[in-house]
Ligand binder design. Structure first.
Ligand code: SF4
Length: 63
């Protein structure tokens, strides 16, 4: 699976970074980066949790 961020919705509050810091990263300018294009299978559960808990519904899952 792949996770994408809608930058029009992301407010850089870091919830996703707190759940999966190896996948999501905020830089010094509060820009969110996704560190890997295709997620390892063993990280999918945490990423789905991050998608569900993003308060701005900025994250989405793609096959
Ligand atoms: S949890 Fe959502 S709003 Fe917060 S940094 Fe991540 S993508 Fe952006």
């Amino acid at each position: 699976m792949e996770v994408r961020v809608d930058f029009d919705r992301c407010e850089a509050n870091g919830v996703c970074v707190g759940i999966a810091p190896d996948i999501f990263d905020l830089d010094d300018d509060d820009q969110l980066h996704i560190t890997t294009a295709v997620l390892p299978a063993d990280r999918e559960d945490d990423v789905r949790t991050a998608i569900a808990q993003c308060p701005r519904a900025a994250l989405s899952e793609h096959p």
